[in-house]
Design a protein around this ligand. Sequence first.
Ligand code: SF4
Ligand code: F3S
Length: 362
Amino acid sequence: MTTDKSIYEEFLDRGLTRRDFLKFCTFMVGTLALPWDAVAKVEEALRSSKRLPLVWLEFQSCTADTESFLRASNPSASQLILDVLAINYSETLMTAAGHQAEEVLWKTVEEEKGRYVAIIEGSIPTGDGGVYCTIGGETAEERAKRVCKDASIVINVGTCACFGGLPMASPNPTGAKSVEQVVPNLKNIINLPACPVNVVNVSATLVHLLTFGSAPSTDRLHRPLFAYGRRIHDACERRGSYDSGKFVERWGDEGHRNGWCLYKMGCKGPATFHNCPKVRWNNGTSWPVGSGHPCIGCAEPNFWDSMSPFYKHLPKVPGFGVETTVDKIGIGLVAGTAALFLLHGAGSWVRDQIIRKRDDKL
Ligand code: SF4
Ligand code: F3S
């Protein structure tokens, strides 16, 4: 529930120091790719802002986004998130149940109208009258519509809420849809896809909201540019291997042991927009490619259908052309590095255009 204390005061009450607070502000400014002088602005905003009332709805999902949220560990982020947010309702996290839980949800929706944040996890099953997910006597679809319409912002966390995810993959037996398909034309909507969402991006989105009074700028799929404005491939630490034609050919081979490019093992980094190489996971410890596994494109729309099989590269991205580029890299190495760089540069540009065009159509 909301209190009269500012976020900063709540933060101190939990035994954290001013230094922890400044570290968090600095980390958020870095994640949001803001200029460093924005630290003072973020600090000032969090010092004076009250906690944001929030309801977290979970529909057709595996709960990994909630799990990700609970495992936040960046400079005391888990505590800070608890300080930043007044999580009034969450089916998974709250201790209340039944009528008591329902009362809290609808009280927040009514009393905090136009102010509360709605976070949605999971896709929405619409088949057979919505019987595959009902809560408090109503379908997920009815509930999503009622809660989203008066929220100050709707933040969809995870690929299922953003794009339908696994439940919507063919044959989609439950008629699963994304939140935007079920509740179209919402004014303030943010999609934070990935399987699961990275809690750092949830925190950064909320900090942006508190600091600037608005959501961060997004692409056409409503993904914030700070987190989804760049291809994984372009920030990947293995990119040097890709550029010089050094590829892992088999699990455990010399290239794998030496951290070479995983493209030939199915890496979808060239077709995926996400900030994994920058913010990483588990308190910034590592990320899929960093630990030796290809990116499977989990932050992209329809990734279960369009990005699988996961261990073959880009099977269903029409005209993508990376295969050609990789094959030619071998020839290029023989033919001369100048030709190689020309070829690769052109290939990258063409790929970017194709991906952007594909995204525009979605
Ligand atoms: Fe990194 Fe994958 Fe690109 Fe290779 S293909 S450079 S592993 S993102
Ligand atoms: Fe997902 Fe690829 Fe990042 S699989 S977690 S977008 S590295």
